[in-house]
Design a protein around this ligand. Structure first.
Ligand code: DNO
Length: 399
């Protein structure tokens, strides 16, 4: 697999010169400054592409070309937004960038409740607590019907939390769930937005009456509309699974399991309609056998995220070591390397360690923690390549 790295553009504190030293071959990025729904011009794309190439790397994958909410809930201007999307895809392809990740999660992209959950070894990882999330849902967001949507054991934990949550804890929980995890992935709410909770409530209301089936129809409509440009320009678009892969906040989520993946691949049965195989997101659901999913869907995967989760008995999950957890990265590398050794792969998230915490990196996107994980994954790839008789080259060394 091609070793890639999610990089947030020229303002990223982690520079391309740094990435070159640690074996990164390809870059995963987006035009983060362009507002959601606007066209990415050819010039802007070229500028970033040539900058990446000046460091001897290529722009391997776009993550993400965001799908506007109105496309997901079928708002009045969805056709205009889809035409803009098509134009951006064409401009990307004209500049040679032909692998494009997106997601179809309504309102909230990925969800976590703690960004610095301590590990026994003194580092920290991201964490999702059902009770904390339910507390946010019931007592902060005050979503109608929220209480009825949580099981009794979680409600009991929420009651216990109620006795000890301070206003500061509540502020941090809001910041974690709807601000810090969202803004930098082109989410709806950014640092500095006023009244994030009110804004969030408004966004949720846009989905009143949108069932999972309606959302599926809207995804099919979107995919059918973009396939012609993908066919013409040979662009692979790859949906990112929902993270976590279960329903939250009463919103439908439709890329969570084997049946869901099968549905969207068959609904628009075109080799350009692909999957981002995010082992981390999929492994956060106890219903998913990640290795079995990889075996089944490797042929329609155009981008791989390597990460692994550990699920606790109460359903909470944390991000595990890249060599541990439920995902079995060693077997995944075997499957994907056999499928196509040129598939772009990025190490997803990593421990926050050895000072990462004070450097202001985006949540989950530490430098030392991800570098550590990339070192581990490069070792797996080199070993698997040796098993398979594929030549492995570590870039950046005299041969
Ligand atoms: C978080 C990521 C997601 C993902 C996007 C893809 O770290 O897993 O934000 O990149 O949803 O569109």
């Amino acid at each position: 697999m091609i070793r890639t790295w999610r990089w947030f553009g020229k303002k990223d504190k982690i520079t391309l010169a740094m990435l070159r030293q640690i074996g990164v071959q390809g870059i995963v990025t987006a035009l983060h400054d362009i507002p959601n729904g606007e066209v990415w011009s050819r010039e802007q794309i070229r500028d970033l592409r040539t900058y990446i190439e000046s460091y001897g790397m290529t722009w391997s994958v776009v993550e993400s070309l965001p799908v506007s909410e109105a496309i997901k809930y079928a708002g009045a201007d969805r056709d205009r937004l889809i035409s803009n999307y098509i134009e951006s895809l064409r401009n990307l392809a004209l500049e040679g960038v032909k692998n494009v990740c997106y997601n179809f999660m309504p309102v909230l992209d990925w969800a976590r409740t703690d960004l610095l959950h301590p590990n026994p070894n003194g580092s920290s990882n991201l964490y999702f607590s059902h009770a904390q999330f339910a507390y946010f849902d019931i007592h902060i967001l005050k979503r109608p019907g929220a209480e009825a949507s949580w099981p009794a054991n979680v409600l009991a934990e929420v009651e216990a939390l109620k006795a000890k949550m301070t206003p500061e804890d509540e502020h941090n929980l809001v910041d974690t769930i709807i601000v810090k995890t969202q803004g930098f992935v082109s989410g709806n709410i950014k640092e500095g937005d006023e009244h994030p909770v009110e804004l969030f409530r408004h966004l949720l209301s846009l989905y009143d009456g949108i069932t999972a089936d309606k959302l599926r129809e809207n995804m099919r409509y979107f995919l059918n509309a973009i396939m012609p440009v993908c066919d013409e320009m040979d662009i692979r678009v790859c949906v990112h699974p929902d993270d976590p892969p279960f329903q939250i906040l009463g919103l439908p989520r439709i890329v969570t399991c084997e049946a869901d993946i099968e549905w969207f691949l068959n609904a628009v049965d075109n080799p350009h309609n692909c999957l981002t195989f995010c082992a981390g997101s999929l492994s956060a659901g106890s219903h998913n056998d990640v290795v079995a999913l990889a075996r089944k869907f490797a042929h329609r995967t155009s981008f791989v995220h390597l990460r692994s989760c550990h699920i606790f008995p109460n359903g909470d999950f944390t991000e595990a070591s890249h060599l541990g957890g439920r995902a079995n990265l060693i077997e995944l590398v075997r499957i994907f390397e056999k499928q196509d050794p040129t598939l772009p792969m990025r190490v997803d998230h990593g421990m926050t360690m050895l000072g990462d915490e004070s450097r202001g990196y985006n949540a989950g996107y530490s430098f030392l923690g991800r570098m550590f994980a990339l070192g581990q994954v490069q070792g797996i790839i080199a070993t698997v390549d040796n098993e398979l008789g594929i030549e492995y080259k570590q870039p950046g060394f005299f041969e």
